[in-house]
Design a protein around this ligand. Structure first.
Ligand code: ATP
Length: 452
């Protein structure tokens, strides 16, 4: 049963179109046994979701028609940003004054900017092409004019959400915009004929080029989209880190300390400080936490000892252990195998300690699937720059390995937000403050002193 304030996907006006919304009310539908939800629409645009406050109209949907976006709830006074991919669950939160129309203005200004960019790009394309051929330049501008109209109608159809309706002509044009490229070609043919050039005669010599120029002009409507997408990965990483900073922090003290998890999983991008926290917890609470020693095929770093930091084994032995089902999870990261064996986690649990696990995303997924009772904590970095600087200062990685880790980090950060796997997030900007945050999450276990 969805709750008010949850983000959902709902059917749009056009066939197969899915939109976003916030659940406003849950009620009984037309039939007494049928549950319905009242949805306030959010429109996706340029990688963000904007609340529609134009009409303030809402629509009722049957419960079966909607799909919750990762079951996330929008706390009051909070707005959210969505990745352009519209993938479910990639939701981040930022402060908002959703009611003052600010987002509508922002949305309109984004649309205006997009149209301006298109006009400038088309003028540029026209000028460059006219150096080659005036005729081709005219074809290009003809195509781009149709592209402009197409983009405008596309925007209108995004505005014309759900069951709200514009006037009939407007709706029909927006829904039949797919015919616009054919209209561009048709117009070109008519113009070619009316300019007294024998169409058939010129078919082989230049019509194909006219056609290409027209369609290139038409396709130019996508250029502003492409420009905005190229900056998207960077901004989505920023959004993600920002959202993690503002994400709701639950306090474990409200949860039962009587049945603590068998494992606490710390995950986060390479260099974020997972091992640092684990070292501190093991040092400060040696009777409460234990560490499952992983197996790896990578070479030991300076100060790393076999059987303490890792069990360093050969690739052949590792593959044999995989075949014998010895690992809860194993993964190949940056060319090396890493694995957490049942035996090492069991050793920790048998010693009546909570097992601390430092896992990458593949490991997190595997533990989630296993029968282990685990709490998942995501350690977030304040920025990619901070991660890079920590990795460099650690002096444990080659330049290539640093770049690879940073690249993986971006994917991991996006996954962390999308998946909703993590129970808690700790932002590691200042190490002492972050450690205090982590400890306060683990307080019930630390203060109880008894684990199992
Ligand atoms: N808040 C912080 N500010 C600055 N430096 C930090 C902070 N937290 C950790 N570090 C430093 O960053 C480096 C990387 O930390 P650590 O080795 O714990 O990361 P990790 O997440 O375990 O990385 P990996 O997954 O690659 O093993 C260490 O040198 C650590 O001292």
């Amino acid at each position: 049963m969805p709750l008010e304030g949850q983000v959902c996907q709902c059917p749009g006006k056009w066939k197969n179109e899915l939109l976003f919304g916030v659940i406003e009310k849950v009620g009984v539908g037309r039939l007494p046994e049928e549950q319905s939800v009242d949805v306030r629409y959010l429109k996706p645009w340029q990688g963000r979701l904007f609340e529609i406050d134009q009409s303030r109209k809402r629509a009722w949907f049957k419960m079966s028609e909607i799909k919750l976006v990762n079951s996330r709830r929008l706390p009051e006074g909070v707005y959210f940003v969505e990745d352009e991919t519209n993938s479910l669950g990639n939701v981040s939160l930022e402060n908002s004054t959703a009611t003052d129309g600010k987002h509508m203005k922002e949305y309109n200004s984004l649309k205006r900017n997009w149209l301006h960019q298109l006009v400038v790009l088309d003028m540029l394309g026209f000028s460059l092409l006219s150096l080659v051929s005036v005729r081709l330049a005219l074809d290009f501008i003809l195509g781009s004019t149709f592209g402009f109209v197409y983009l405008r109608l596309l925007m209108d159809s995004v505005d014309n959400l759900g069951k709200h309706s514009y006037n009939f002509l407007h709706s029909t044009l927006a829904s039949t915009r797919i015919l616009i490229p054919f209209a561009a070609i048709g117009t070109q043919i008519i113009l070619t004929r009316s300019s007294n050039i024998e169409f058939t005669e010129n078919m082989s010599s230049f019509t194909i080029w006219n056609l290409i120029a027209t369609m290139t002009g038409f396709s130019s409507y996508r250029l502003p989209v492409l420009f905005s997408t190229s900056g998207m990965l960077f901004s989505s990483v920023q959004n993600v880190t920002k959202s993690i900073q503002t994400s709701e922090k639950r306090d474990l003290s409200t949860e039962s300390a009587e049945r603590p998890p068998s494992c606490i999983v710390l995950a986060g991008p390479s260099g974020v400080g997972k091992s640092t926290f684990i070292r501190k917890l093991l040092h400060d609470y040696p009777d409460i936490f234990g560490f499952s020693i992983s197996h790896t095929t990578r070479l030991p770093r300076e100060n790393e000892e076999d059987g303490i930091s890792y069990y360093f084994i050969s690739k052949e032995r590792f593959l044999e252990d995989i075949a014998n089902g010895k690992f809860i999870e194993y993964a190949q990261v940056h060319g090396n195998f890493y694995g957490t064996s049942f035996d090492s986690v069991k050793n920790v649990i048998d010693n009546k300690k909570i097992c601390l696990l430092d896992l990458d995303i593949q490991g997190v997924k595997a533990v989630k699937k296993s029968l282990l009772r685990a709490t998942f904590i995501w350690i977030a970095a304040p920025s990619m720059e901070a991660l890079e600087s920590r990795l460099r200062k650690r002096k444990s990685e080659s330049e290539e390995s640093i770049q690879r880790r940073l690249c993986t980090a971006k994917e991991e950060i996006l996954f962390a937000l999308r998946s909703g796997i993590f129970d808690y997030t700790v932002m590691n900007d200042d190490i002492d403050r972050a450690y205090e945050d982590l400890k306060s999450l683990l307080r019930p276990y630390i203060s109880s002193g008894m684990n199992f």
